[in-house]
Write a protein that binds this ligand. Structure first.
Ligand code: SIN
Length: 343
C-alpha cells in the first residue's frame, strides 16, 4: 500500500527574502530609437516597474519592493543624491521587513557611489549594485540578466557582511576595488590587481575571497552631511598651476591629484599643491594609471610635502574617502593618512 505523501510545500516553505530595489536611472533604464542603437540613447528614462517586468523568474527568488529614487544619467550624480541614497539604504536595512537592497545605477559613476555606500551603510545585510552597458531597448540588452543576478546575490546569505557588492556580467566585485574599464563592452567592470570576489550564475552564488578593509558597520564614516568641496586635478606633460590656484582661491577643502605612474607629480603642479597645503587644503596623491598602488613617500616625499598617499584607491574613490574624512572633522595630515591606510 502506498503511503500518501503531501506535495504541498506551503506549510514548510521558507518565505522568500524581502529585497528593496532602489532604481536611480542609468543605461539599464535607457531607451534608444531602435534596437541596434547602443550608443545614441537616453539614460534613466524607463521606470522601475518596466525594469522588473523584463526579468522573468524574479518572483521565485525574492519578494521585491521597488522604489524609483531618481531617474538620472549617473554622470550628473548630485552629491545630495548620495546622501539621500545612503539614508534610504540605512533606513530600509534597519527594518526587520527588509533582508537586502539592490540598487540600479548608471555605469559611469557607479564605482564612486558604490565606495561611498560601502563606507556609509551601517548594516551587515546584503547591498548589491548593478547596471548595464546596453540600453533596455537594445538587442541583447545586458540589464535584465544583471538585475536577476543582483537580486540573486542580495537574496543570498553568503552576501551578508561583505560590504557593498557590484554584480555585473556574472561577476561579484567589492565596491572598494571595482572600476569601469571599457566605454562599450558588456564586460566593462574590473577590480584591477585584486580581482573579483566571486561569481553569480544560474541562481548560484560563489565567493572565493573576502574584502579585508573595514566597511559598513566597521566604518566610522557616514554620509549625513553637507559635502565638503573636494576636487580632482591631473598631472600631465606641460601642466600649469592654473587649476590648483583657482581651486584654492575658490576655497576648496581638499584636492586629489591624479599623478603619473606611482603618483608622481609635475614639478610645477607639485609646487602649487605644496602651497595649497600651507593654506589648509588637504592634498591626496593618487595615480591616473588605473591599477597598482601609490606608495607612501615613494615617488614623492609625502611627509615633507604635506601630502597624503592614496594607496590602491583610484582618484575618484580617493575623492570620496577624502570628502567623508573631512566631513567627519578629520583634518590633520597624519590622521588623514591613517584613514587612507585603514579604508
Ligand atoms: C550612466 O552612467 O547613467 C550612463 C551610462 C551607463 O549607465 O552605462
Amino acid at each position: 500500500m502506498n503511503t500518501p505523501v503531501s506535495t504541498s510545500s506551503s506549510a514548510t516553505a521558507k518565505p522568500l527574502p524581502r529585497i528593496a530595489l532602489l532604481a536611480t536611472g542609468g543605461t539599464i533604464a535607457g531607451a534608444a530609437p531602435d534596437a541596434a542603437n547602443t550608443a545614441g540613447y537616453r539614460a534613466g528614462v524607463i521606470g522601475v516597474a518596466q525594469l522588473l517586468a523584463a526579468v522573468p523568474g524574479l518572483d521565485a527568488i525574492a519578494q521585491i519592493e521597488a522604489e524609483q529614487v531618481a531617474s538620472i544619467d549617473s554622470k550628473d550624480m548630485p552629491l545630495a543624491l548620495w546622501t539621500t541614497l545612503a539614508q534610504r539604504v540605512n533606513a530600509l536595512l534597519a527594518s526587520d521587513d527588509i533582508d537586502g537592497v539592490v540598487i540600479t545605477h548608471g555605469t559611469d559613476t557607479l564605482e564612486e557611489t558604490a565606495y561611498l555606500l560601502h563606507l556609509a551603510v551601517k548594516s551587515t545585510k546584503p547591498v548589491v549594485m548593478t547596471a548595464a552597458m546596453r540600453p533596455a531597448t537594445a538587442l541583447s540588452a545586458d540589464g535584465p540578466l544583471n538585475l536577476l543576478n543582483a537580486v540573486t546575490l542580495a537574496a543570498s546569505s553568503a552576501a551578508a557582511g561583505q560590504g557593498v557588492l557590484v554584480a555585473f556580467n556574472n561577476r561579484i566585485h567589492c565596491a572598494r576595488d571595482v572600476t569601469k574599464t571599457s566605454t562599450y563592452a558588456v564586460d566593462a567592470f574590473q577590480s584591477p590587481e585584486i580581482g573579483v570576489l566571486g561569481w553569480v550564475q544560474d541562481a548560484r552564488v560563489e565567493f572565493q575571497r573576502r574584502a579585508l578593509r573595514p566597511h559598513t558597520v566597521d566604518s566610522l564614516l557616514t554620509a549625513d552631511m553637507p559635502w565638503p568641496s573636494v576636487e580632482i586635478v591631473s598631472s600631465y606633460a606641460g601642466v600649469s598651476r592654473v587649476a590648483v590656484d583657482a581651486l584654492v582661491a575658490a576655497g576648496v577643502r581638499g584636492i586629489v591629484v591624479a599623478g603619473t605612474g606611482n603618483g608622481s607629480i609635475h614639478a610645477t603642479l607639485q609646487e602649487a599643491l605644496t602651497e595649497a597645503t600651507a593654506r589648509g587644503v588637504a592634498v591626496v596623491r593618487a595615480s591616473r594609471v588605473g591599477s597598482g598602488h601609490v606608495m607612501h613617500n615613494g615617488a614623492a616625499n609625502d611627509d615633507a610635502l604635506g601630502f597624503v598617499s592614496a594607496g590602491t584607491l583610484n582618484p575618484y574613490k580617493a575623492r570620496v574617502l577624502l570628502a567623508l574624512a573631512l566631513a567627519a572633522g578629520i583634518r590633520e595630515r597624519g590622521e588623514l593618512q591613517r584613514v587612507f591606510d585603514t579604508y
